[in-house]
Design a protein around this ligand. Sequence first.
Ligand SMILES: NC(=O)c1ccc[n+]([C@@H]2O[C@H](COP(=O)([O-])OP(=O)(O)OC[C@H]3O[C@@H](n4cnc5c(N)ncnc54)[C@H](OP(=O)(O)O)[C@@H]3O)[C@@H](O)[C@H]2O)c1
Length: 324
Amino acid sequence: MQAIQFDKYGGGTGALKHVEVPVPTPKNGEVLLKLEATSLNPVDWKIQKGVMRPFIPGKFPYIPSTDVAGEIVDVGPGVQKFKAGDKVVAILSHVNGGGLAEFAVAKESLTASRPPEVSAAEAAGLPVAGLTAHQCLTQSAGIKLDGSSQQKNILITAASGGVGHYAVQLAKLGNTHVTATCGARNIEFVKSLGADEVLDYKTPDGAALKSPSGRKYDAVIHCATGISWSTFEPNLSANGKVIDITPSPSSLLTFALKKLCFSKKQLVPLLLVPKSENLEYLVELVKEGKLKTVIDSKYPLSKAEDAWAKSIDGHATGKIIVEP
Ligand SMILES: NC(=O)c1ccc[n+]([C@@H]2O[C@H](COP(=O)([O-])OP(=O)(O)OC[C@H]3O[C@@H](n4cnc5c(N)ncnc54)[C@H](OP(=O)(O)O)[C@@H]3O)[C@@H](O)[C@H]2O)c1
């Protein structure tokens, strides 16, 4: 099969190689997918840069990307939920990768069915970005997406990106007032996702994260980078939390200090723990028209470098999709 791989850390787009490799064989509890779409996430090129060395990748050469949708063509021993012919979406492990290829093996336990109403590209957008938005809101911010929790003021930074655009839509399923930040060109887009007020991050008020209606935030779903605690702090309600999905050494230090001081305002570093029931829930929301995957751009596997460069550039609106 055709695949894209790199065989060392670093090198960016230029180090991606087009290779012909054997189709993988599904082992115990695994399914083999003929891929129809893969979405990229910043973590894919961060792995190439070596931010998770020496643990990820597990070994070189490495086929990057983890968010895949396709059709099951074979199942390994012990697989019960799926059979050949089923359309699915899955999240692969970051240790092994495998998404930028014509076929990939996924764990049955991290695979969800995909109904005909949900296209492969829409489904492939969901795993890392959608699940992270879902985990931030439901687990860390305590928002019930059936609207049954008490009203909360939420700030979502980088609301035009992969995680942010799902976070705005999911937050609005709960009982929330959403303030969002994005660039000027995406203000109307982010409003169309449901945000109640939108700040251009390049203006002074936007950089200060000031709610135009004077609200203090109960939770910040922080999808941007490079914003200091001193910028967040005055905008938080008494028990406000910043949920930081790209923790830096300084934010980890803030996290530790706030814990040690029993501070009511907290910084919470978050790492995605993927669960198939949450993926199934997100797929169902897309089917019902309550959540959409906004596609920034699509590339064939033969042009995967262009998709990679687009992700590294950091200016996608929604998700970047690669189609084998
Ligand atoms: N902890 C985890 O498990 C986890 C999971 C998923 C993602 N992440 C991390 O979360 C971050 C976001 O991921 P993503 O997939 O959403 O990224 P993305 O899709 O690449 O985000 C791009 C978007 O961010 C906007 N943006 C950039 N800087 C901004 C700022 N300062 N204020 C407002 N908007 C800004 C850009 O707008 P412009 O084009 O207008 O600049 C662009 O639309 C990444 O660092 C990623 O590695 C972590």
